[in-house]
Design a protein around this ligand. Structure first.
Ligand code: ADP
Ligand code: ASP
Ligand code: MG
Length: 419
């Protein structure tokens, strides 16, 4: 079986959905499982609904209407006949969402977030599945929540591999075209959970692992994995073949073309990963596989914007040692701050972190009881794998460098962008 992942960009409008159909005609769709994300920026739009719900804002209704209007337009563009049952199916999902909004009693933000944002994927897969059937291709729609079981860490759920493996091996049909939702799972009480933003790539890897799939292909609006994000770097070039190790490093440092959790399950079973263009699906794109020698011959640039550079120093001039460092890391883990760079000296400790869940203020107050805390917001972290002087110069040009760290393969530079 092959696993294909279609992200938000590939299904952002009616033309995108039609393109998925055409692409499948070209590359084949028997014995395939499609993992599909929410359409376009729907997850962001649903995050606005969550915020309005908690703020008890008057905009709650209109924020839901936005999401409805967007999908309704896509439905009207795709299906001539408003009596097509897809309209009832999608209306049903919006009805369920609105029912949740008016009946929910839980004050738990993360729980509510997952119950709401999950509609993005439920709706996109419903639309795609009906469209395929409209075009004469039979699909098997799978509710991923009956397959991927997780703990109850809402918004960042941990997969229960044993249960998930059992569900998938037993119940996913071979030789058909399966369609399921990326990003979602469910906990032991059957409540919806999510695997972290951009988590659909990971969903594809989970299914591939449990199905012993032949390969995973993630279909993108770029030709494959490039040596830099073409949005920020001119002249980015395609990497034809890279190793799992290289791909993990690139993803870990923030190359958003692959979600970092995707590689490990694939690497364990040596399932090849292809990253290809949904615009030119017959081009080879990038292949990620085993092989020590598959190292890019070019410097690879990764930029993570909107980071925090935090420096902690001891109040009484004592050393920052193992004990302090382990306490600091314990807190960072507890507050779900992702650390992307560490540097320490005798009495100070600097980290570059991402405050994905808006916890820094609270954490800062706790740290301030023991350390002198200083920080700079809105810094950018550039990572250059296989760096050379020219590459470093290119990054540093016109920017204020706050910190620089060099190891054998990797140079990291924290900058404050010139405004
Ligand atoms: P999806 O629709 O699957 O969610 P994303 O928008 O998350 O797709 O990922 C594709 C984007 O990743 C590209 O448009 C590109 O801007 C960005 N990107 C970041 N780093 C790279 C890289 N090294 N190579 C290619 N694309 C990259
Ligand atoms: N729809 C989710 C998100 O936007 C998951 C994904 O696209 O991978 O984060
Ligand atoms: Mg994405």
């Amino acid at each position: 079986m092959r696993v294909f992942k279609f992200g938000g960009a590939s299904v952002k409008d009616a033309a995108g959905i039609k393109n998925v159909h055409d692409l499948l005609q070209k590359v084949g769709y028997e014995d395939v499982l499609l993992v599909v994300s929410a359409m376009g920026k729907t997850t962001n739009a649903l995050e606005t609904v969550v915020a309005a719900y908690f703020d008890k804002s008057a905009t709650l209704q209109s924020s839901v209407q936005e999401v409805k209007k967007y999908h309704n337009q896509i439905l009207l563009d795709l299906f001539e006949d408003e009596n097509n049952e897809v309209f009832t199916a999608v209306n049903g999902l919006f009805f369920d969402l609105e029912y949740f909004l008016s009946h929910n009693k839980s004050p738990n933000y993360n729980f509510v977030y997952d119950q709401i944002v999950s509609y993005g994927e439920l709706i996109s897969t419903t639309i795609l599945s009906h469209f395929m059937s409209f075009m004469g291709i039979k699909t098997t729609w799978i509710d991923v929540r009956n397959f991927i079981k997780t703990d109850s860490t809402y918004r960042d759920a941990e997969v229960d591999w044993d249960l998930t493996q059992k569900n998938i091996s037993k119940n996913v049909k071979r030789k058909v075209l399966n369609i399921t939702q990326g990003f979602l799972g469910s906990d032991e009480n059957g409540f919806t959970t999510t695997l972290g933003r951009e988590g659909s790539d990971y969903t594809a890897a989970i299914f591939a692992y449990c199905l012993n799939a032949e390969s995973v292909t993630i279909w993108k609006d770029v030709p494959g994995v490039m040596n830099a994000d073409p949005r920020y770097f001119e002249n980015a070039s395609l990497l034809n073949q890279i190793s799992y190790r290289e791909a993990i490093e690139l993803a870990f440092y923030g190359a958003s073309v692959i979600h970092p959790k995707t590689l490990q399950p694939l690497q364990k079973k040596e399932i090849p990963l292809f990253v290809k263009s949904f615009i030119n699906p017959l081009l080879p794109g990038t292949s990620v596989s085993k092989g020590e020698d598959l190292v890019p011959q070019l410097p690879c640039f990764i930029v993570k914007k909107n980071q925090l550079l935090v420096s902690l120093s001891s109040i009484d001039f004592s050393f920052i040692m193992e004990e302090n460092i382990s306490e600091i890391f314990g807190l960072l883990h507890q507050y779900k701050m992702k650390v992307s760079l560490i540097q320490n000296s005798a009495i100070s400790f600097s980290i570059c972190v991402e405050d994905k869940f808006g916890n820094f203020n609270e954490l800062k107050n706790i740290l301030a009881k023991k350390f002198k805390v200083s920080y700079t917001e809105n810094v950018s972290l550039y990572t250059i794998r296989h760096f050379d002087e020219k590459a470093a110069q290119m990054v540093e040009d016109g920017k204020e460098v706050l910190l620089k760290q060099v190891s054998r393969e990797t140079m990291q530079i924290v900058t404050k962008e010139a405004i």
